[in-house]
Design a protein around this ligand. Structure first.
Ligand code: AMP
Ligand code: GLY
Length: 436
């Protein structure tokens, strides 16, 4: 009898988790993929379990019941609430940082303190906890500036203020009206950085660091980076302006010192460390750290990964990541475009039927984000609904595949950005020597 492959459990329900379940289901070492709770897309490649991503006791019980070899946690909230700690106590393997390590995302105030101690370049910030402190702190900043809740705020925690009036309004909303609840017990007033953004993610066991392909996501709702911030409207990878030299610099000046400083504080960071960077004229600076894979960055990183994902995550979880060697990446680029519900990131309707999914060509991947299966019909179930994704030799070719496929998909109110990776098409058309 052939040896049993790994049983893996993916925790979460978005596009990132569909991409994780998809990549794990293709891993040669995996024989069974479970997702809790999953979505309308994950059911086609894995088994959905009706357990909320934050129901840690139920996840522990199900991991035991199904003899799960490795649990892979998508979102930050279960990590910050101690999912990995709870699994460790039960002798179960879960990929991701402990609650203490997840503070790098769950407390921006603490993350700033780690960066300051480690000498990591980041936006200058002052931490305040009431309006009087905030008013005093404002005098030391020019505009625009950024007001950020220290705690987890599901993408709503960072607001750019263009003048003192706006800054005071946001600070009042966070600190007095408590618009974000306890997430804004502490608030950062932060210098506004100028440049292009990049998401630089590494897998680490606290010692060995394995970088993933750099990605770029699009946070604003509208074309040309207009409109409100969202969870992410599209992404591409790799990022040509994050050169191998720049990647080395990011590792040496940002990632490694941050991990070392955490170790100095008694915290071994295992999982994905995601550095949200601004590529400024003075070099890369940290905007934020996340304690997990990005969404929608994962949807462009994983389709490029040629190595066995489960094997990678397993050795990282065991603390033997050095065994993995260098990762294999497919040549080419990946582009993903988010199809969102009309009204997102504000209020929107759900339960709307999605048509045309069967007409999408085989060379296009559709990762479901906010969908569910309703009597055999796929219907919308969230703000970000689908991630239409393609890998191709060039950004122009990947964009063409994605946007052609989108033409066959329909649901009432469907909105999306038309300019994902468009800037890279213009760049690729420019001879290298003439760039910048
Ligand atoms: P964060 O939640 O810290 O990643 O912030 C969300 C988004 O706000 C970032 O992706 C940036 O687009 C923007 N942002 C955050 N901090 C800054 C900053 N210091 N300067 C300029 N833009 C920022
Ligand atoms: N794409 C941004 C994030 O995952 O936080």
């Amino acid at each position: 009898m052939a040896p049993r492959g790994l049983t893996v459990l993916v925790v979460g329900s978005g596009g990132r988790e569909h991409a994780l379940a998809w990549a794990l289901s293709r891993s040669p070492s995996v024989s069974r993929v479970l997702v809790a709770p999953g979505n309308g897309g994950t059911t086609t490649i894995a088994e959905n379990l009706p357990i909320a991503a934050t129901d840690i006791p139920a996840l522990v019980a199900t991991a035991r019941e199904h003899r799960v070899d490795l649990t892979v946690v998508g979102p930050e909230e279960p990590l910050a609430r101690g999912l990995v700690d709870a699994f460790q106590e039960e002798g179960l393997l879960a990929f991701g940082p402990t609650a203490a390590a997840a503070r790098i995302e769950a407390s921006k105030a603490w993350a700033k303190d780690v960066m300051r101690a480690a000498g990591v370049p980041t936006a200058r910030a002052t931490i305040v906890s009431d309006l009087d402190q905030a008013r005093t702190a404002l005098t030391a900043f020019s505009y625009p500036l950024v007001v950020k809740a220290s705690g987890l705020a599901a993408g709503k925690g960072a607001v750019i203020a263009n003048d003192r009036h706006e800054a005071e309004r946001v600070l009042h909303w966070m600190l007095v009206e408590r618009g974000l609840g306890s997430a804004a017990d502490q608030v950062l007033i932060e210098e506004f950085l100028v440049g292009r953004e990049a998401s630089f993610l590494v897998v680490t066991d606290g010692e060995t660091v394995v970088p993933l392909q750099p990605a770029r996501d699009y946070k604003r709702l509208g074309d040309g980076d207009t409109g409100p911030n969202t969870g992410g409207m599209g992404a591409y990878a790799p990022v040509p302006d994050v050169s191998p030299e720049l990647q080395q610099q990011i590792l040496e000046r940002i990632v490694v010192p941050t991990l070392e400083e955490m170790r100095r504080r008694g915290i071994v960071y295992r999982g994905v460390l995601y550095a949200g960077l601004m590529l400024t004229a003075e070099g890369p600076k940290v905007l934020e750290f996340n304690c997990r894979l990005g969404d929608p960055e994962t949807q462009v990183i994983l389709p490029l990964l040629g190595s066995d994902l489960a094997a990678l995550l397993l050795v990282a979880t065991r603390g033997t990541l050095h065994e993995i060697g260098t990762l294999h990446w497919y040549p080419g680029v990946a582009v993903t475009v988010v199809l969102a519900s009309g009204g997102y990131p504000g209020t929107y309707r759900t339960g709307l039927p999605i048509a045309g999914l069967d007409d999408v060509p085989n060379d296009v991947l559709v990762f479901h984000a906010g969908t569910r299966r309703d009597d055999g019909q796929i219907v919308t179930a969230g703000g970000r609904v689908l991630n239409v994704t393609a890998v191709a030799p060039t950004f122009a070719a990947a964009r063409k595949r994605v946007y052609t496929a989108i033409e066959s998909i329909r649901f009432p109110g469907m909105t999306y950005r038309r300019d994902i990776a468009l800037a890279e098409v213009a760049m690729q058309a420019t001879p290298f020597a003439e760039r910048e």
